[in-house]
Ligand binder design. Structure first.
Ligand code: M6R
Length: 609
């Protein structure tokens, strides 16, 4: 996720861009840059690091002065955070800033290389700049035509701010999936990834829809479709305060981030799939290397550790390699038996969790190879690991992790598919089938997100409980752990997760009518077994919420609420079934009136042990 701002008018463009970017820094902050028309010529200033680093650079090297331009704050996807990979990127007469991901950039880059074009960065964005210029050279004088031709070639999600050297008083914008608005002021126009960036100048805006192109001048904005027909847009007026706007209109970052999950999954997996097959070679993971490992340890904390639990089930089932999952604070002090020939996977959203970092250093000392699955670019764990897979969830602001968990498990799936293929346990056809299923999960998640009424109703009944139990078997047990943690950390209601088959060995004595039970039963093979356990708790008075697949018809009196999720492949069910668990936790916390995004006693990044 990145932030885009653009401006054309009478004000100092640099002031407007830098101010807007500061309000979008939550969308990404590993580098920043602006392009401004100075006396009719495009000048660029960009820098790795925070916006402050860009401001300092301009203080040292000279500030750009002009009245039209574009700006960007970045959360790296293609290419490490560096000055070279920072936006804006240029191609001939075109300079652009980009939010999103171009899935077919490799093919486009090959095409442009064959036309003699050269590239300065590792980004997918530069490919778009070059392609725009390529088409513009074919129809000089008509940027919109070049934009339309380019859009027809691009696959993926994107929003772009564009300037053409031949049009010094104009800013162009276009989008597909990634958000972009066009701000309308008196004698000035803006573009921004979200309305926060421009609220202090104007509250009037157009919402750019997918496949629309905006042409901005100081006198206003015109919007075109892909047939070059002008579209009459409805002018909207923002009535948010600035902090609400940063949340894109959602009341909390947590619910916003829950909604960002389908895009986060797409953005994370798309660059790691080539011709329908998992391809982690860019992350230093090759079939030869994978064949060297005999055992795997996953080490992490909290939600990231729960993602590791899902990974354990999937890797053991598919690749037949033993996987041990450890809490990082335990691993580092228990003299773990890992060494040469072992792989230790460290999962972390922040990449700075003290115990996970220490555990990784210990694993390296012991001779194991380390693979980090990390969201925050350039973080300590990312820098020190032998191999690295970045998740592309974008910044996660809410303390309760949701979208980071989702992409962590998405990566665990890709890794398991590739490992199973490398070990010869599955063949290419099966690997292809599984990869295609993974690509379908964003649509399934969308489907669950479309109707929240039942989760709200369930939440309303949970707020009076003092304690809850989450139960499941196999992958559903791994998922219950995450459901339980989510609820307790934000609603402050005590809860435990239990392997459903283990209840009878002690815990069932806690069951009364005051102990609600959330049962997850998405696995076909284990469904009847879990339902037997559900009947046992129901018979002892528990209120039961059952999460199962569509088409399952439990007896009417088995559960008080049945939440049915789309009928999908057993193995991939956690990616879908976690959504109602997140929503139940979220709405329970909202109804209890807790500080959802910043729950008491917790910090987003735990950098002390
Ligand atoms: O940044 P990390 O993924 O390493 O953080 C690990 C845990 O602190 C984190 O997942 C924590 O459990 C979350 N607050 C859970 O929502």
């Amino acid at each position: 996720m990145c932030g885009i701002v653009g401006y054309v008018g009478q004000r100092s463009c640099t002031d407007v861009l830098m101010d807007g970017l500061s309000r979008l820094e939550y969308r990404g902050y590993d580098s920043a840059g602006i392009a401004v028309f100075e006396n009719g010529i495009i000048k660029v200033a960009k820098s790795k690091g925070r916006l402050k680093d860009l401001a300092d650079k301009m203080d040292r090297e000279g500030r750009l002065e002009g009245h039209a331009g574009i700006g960007h704050t970045r959360w790296a996807t293609h290419g490490e955070p560096s000055d070279r990979n920072s936006h804006p990127h240029g191609g001939g007469s075109v300079t652009i800033v980009h939010n999103g991901i171009i899935e077919n950039y490799k093919r486009l880059k090959d095409f442009l290389l064959s036309k003699g074009r050269t590239f300065e960065s590792d980004t997918d964005t530069e490919v778009v700049a070059q392609l725009l210029d390529y088409y513009y050279q074919a129809t000089p004088g008509d940027p919109v035509k070049a934009i339309i031709k380019t859009m027809k070639e691009l696959e993926g999600s994107y929003a772009l701010g564009v300037v053409f050297a031949d049009f010094p008083d104009t800013v162009f914008a276009l989008r597909k999936e990634s958000p972009l608005i066009v701000g309308l002021g008196e004698g000035e126009s803006f573009i921004a990834s979200d309305v926060t960036a421009i609220l202090q100048y104007t509250r009037d805006y157009y919402l750019l829809e997918p496949n629309e192109i905006a042409v901005l001048s100081k006198d206003g904005a015109k919007v075109y479709d892909l047939h070059y027909q002008e579209i009459k847009k409805e002018r909207k007026t923002a009535d948010w305060d600035v902090s609400a706007a940063e949340k894109g209109g959602y009341p909390h970052f947590m619910i916003k981030e829950i909604h960002e999950q389908p895009v986060a999954v797409k953005t994370t997996i798309a660059p790691r799939i080539t011709d329908g097959m998992p391809d982690l070679s860019e992350c230093g993971i090759t079939p030869e290397r994978l064949r060297e490992f005999h055992a795997i340890n996953v080490v992490a904390c909290g939600t990231a550790m729960h993602a590791g639990m899902v990974g354990k089930y999937v890797i053991e089932k598919l690749a037949k390699v033993p996987v041990n999952v450890d809490i990082a604070s335990e691993f580092r002090y228990r003299e773990p038996l890992v060494g040469e020939g072992d792989l230790v996977i460290i999962i972390s959203q922040s990449g700075e969790t003290a115990d996970s970092l220490a555990a990784m250093r210990l694993a390296k000392e012991l001779g194991a190879k380390t693979l980090a699955i990390v969201n925050a670019k350039g973080s300590s764990i990312a820098r020190e690991a032998d191999m690295l897979i970045y998740t592309h969830a974008g910044p996660e602001i809410a303390v309760a992790s949701t979208k980071a968990y989702m992409v962590q498990i998405a990566v665990m799936y890709l890794f398991a598919f590739e490992l199973a293929l490398a070990k010869g346990v599955i063949d290419e056809a099966e690997c292809r089938r599984l990869t295609a299923l993974l690509q379908e999960t964003p649509a399934q998640i969308e489907q669950v997100l479309a109707d929240k009424e039942l989760t709200q109703k369930i939440a309303a009944e949970l707020i009076t409980a003092d304690s809850l139990l989450y139960i499941g078997r196999g992958l559903d047990y791994a998922l219950s752990m995450e459901g339980s943690l989510k609820l307790k950390e934000i609603s402050y209601i005590h809860s435990e997760s239990y392997a459903a088959g283990e209840l009878k060995h002690g815990t069932i004595s806690l069951i009364t009518e005051n102990m609600p039970v959330i049962a997850v039963a998405t696995q076909k093979r284990l469904y009847e077994k879990t339902i037997s356990n559900v009947k046992e708790v129901k018979a002892r008075g528990a209120k039961v919420v059952l999460i199962c697949r569509e088409g399952c018809c439990p007896d009417q009196d088995v559960a008080d609420h049945v939440f049915q999720i789309p009928n999908f492949d057993d193995l991939l069910m956690p990616m879908i079934a976690v959504v109602p668990l997140q929503l139940i936790a979220y709405y329970t916390a909202v109804l209890k009136g807790t500080d959802v995004d910043k729950p008491r006693n917790l910090a987003k990044s735990v950098t002390v042990e």
